[in-house]
Design a protein around this ligand. Structure first.
Ligand code: GDG
Length: 458
């Protein structure tokens, strides 16, 4: 029987035409292998332990449903109020509730049982992200011996923060049930290895793999990317004037889910400092910030939205003229084609995350530029993207003055330097694109040992 790929992710893509780098690349890999994509249905409900089949070929899509209570305790609770803040170095925002942990374990157990029914002996399973860390352990309990890989899209937590997690000792153990633990950066790999080194149950093998009880895992970095070619083409397409004839020039752009990890308040403050102290007289630069809301219902997200509304009001109140609004804060989603066009028009792209797994916006901004007259990417040193995109204008997002100076530098950079930096960044974007990410991960997963076959032979 042929190998099938089974992808498991939090959300099942529902539309017929996939968009976004990750979805497109997994879609292509699945279409080629005739595999299966498992994820949650966007509407809450009770699936009674059976998958719903969505859509038609070229590969199967199987949806499970989360009940309202699972949405609150598993998704908004454990995943996004414990694991997300913890991995993004915000232990102050961690909310520990027994009901969160119980729901997280229960959902993973239930999904594992549903997957165990679907899986054939030759399948390989690829689990995406922090919503499913215990999934391999649950599958192993059900005697699923297939190769199982895991990719963490967000930063690997620092060792000192791990002990804040409820039942912290199970974190390493759960990960060790995967044949391959994929992380975004070499720094993430170092943090993961540090965790295993600190754990007396883990043993390092001569080939670099980790033996943990009867399990053997590999830890590797696979920097995720975008569909670079498609984004370059998208940005080149002519669009009717998105500003209705009143284009602000020059302008900086930020595009982020409205999340506290993205460093938006400091970005706004830095833009305010730039306006106050560095802006050349008689110029009217703008910051266009697109920030669609996410994870509604989590207090920390409501707080940061309010903080940004306050900062926007304050900075605009101080600097605006009758015909100039310095910060345009758009707290809604904007179409992809428009985004690409805006990236291309912006003199400066601002990515100022306090912590970020990779940050695809950094890569999209570069792909969208006009090679003859490219803009400048100001990039946080704490975004995974900074590990390879070393020719972006790197910045410490906690240092507001330094960020203000970077914005100034970006607006004033001579063409030759802009082109040199852009070419270097573009090479990285093209080399670490979405397709190579998926292929590299799957090749290493395929080559990993099916050690569990041995373990279950008693
Ligand atoms: C996680 C990790 C890692 C944003 N606003 C709009 C919109 N977007 C698109 C962007 C980009 C995507 O959403 C955001 O991707 P990021 O990588 O920046 O961030 P996360 O959502 O936090 O993703 C991250 C990623 O997983 C992949 O591994 O890089 O570190 O946190 O594509 O363009 N798209 C549209 N309208 C918007 O208003 N159409």
């Amino acid at each position: 029987m042929n190998e099938r790929l089974i992808v498991v992710s939090n959300r099942l893509p529902m539309g017929d035409t996939p968009s976004g780098g990750l979805v497109v690349s997994l879609h292509d890999v699945l279409a080629a292998s005739g595999g299966c994509w498992i994820g949650s249905h966007p509407e809450a409900g009770d699936d009674h332990g059976a998958f719903e089949r969505i859509g038609e070929e070229p590969y199967q899509r199987l949806a499970f449903r989360l009940t309202q209570s699972e949405m609150e305790n598993y998704y908004l609770g454990y995943a996004n109020s414990v694991l997300w803040p913890l991995c993004h170095r915000r232990p102050d925002l961690v909310k520990i509730r027994p009901a969160y942990r119980e729901a997280y374990e229960a959902v993973n157990r239930r999904i594992a049982a549903m997957i165990a029914h679907e899986v054939s002996p030759e399948d390989i399973i690829w689990v995406q992200d922090y919503h499913f860390i215990p999934l391999a352990r649950e599958l192993r309990k059900l005697r699923v011996t297939n190769r199982i890989g895991f990719f963490l899209h967000i930063p690997f937590p620092v060792l000192a923060d791990l002990s804040i997690m409820p039942q912290a000792e199970t974190f390493a153990e759960c990960l060790a049930h995967y044949n391959l633990i994929g992380l975004q950066t070499r720094e993430d790999v170092a943090r993961c290895l540090e965790m295993f080194r600190d754990d007396p149950r883990a043993e390092f093998m001569t080939d670099g793999s980790i033996k943990f009880g009867e399990h053997v895992s590999l830890v590797h970095s696979f920097p995720i990317g975008i569909d670079a070619k498609a984004f370059e083409d998208e940005a080149r397409r002519e669009l009717p004037d998105v500003f209705g004839g009143a284009s602000p020039a020059p302008f900086a752009i930020g595009v982020d889910r409205l999340d506290y990890s993205k460093g938006l308040p400091n970005r706004f403050r830095a833009f305010g400092t730039y306006l106050a102290d560095l802006r050349p007289e008689h110029t009217r630069p703008c910051l266009i910030q697109i920030a669609p809301p996410t994870r509604l219902g989590v207090q920390a997200y409501e707080d940061i939205t309010e903080e940004l509304q306050g900062l926007t009001g304050k900075i605009n109140g101080q600097f605006a003229e009758l015909d100039w609004t310095p910060i345009r804060f758009i707290n809604r989603s904007v179409e992809r084609a428009r985004l690409a066009h805006l990236f291309r028009m912006a003199r400066c792209g601002l990515v100022t995350s306090l912590a970020d797994g990779m940050n695809l916006v950094a890569k999209e901004y570069i792909a969208a530029q006009d090679p003859a007259d490219p803009g400048v990417l100001v990039l946080s040193q704490f975004a995974g993207a900074a590990e390879d995109m070393t020719e972006a204008l790197l910045v410490n997002p906690y240092d507001i003055e330094a960020m203000a100076h970077r914005i100034d530098e970006a607006f004033r950079m001579p063409l030759g330097e802009r082109q040199r930096r852009y070419r270097h960044c573009l090479e990285v974007v093209r080399k670490t694109d979405a397709t190579s990410w998926a292929h590299n991960f799957l090749n290493v997963l395929r080559s990993s040992l099916k050690a569990l076959d041995l373990a279950f032979q008693e």
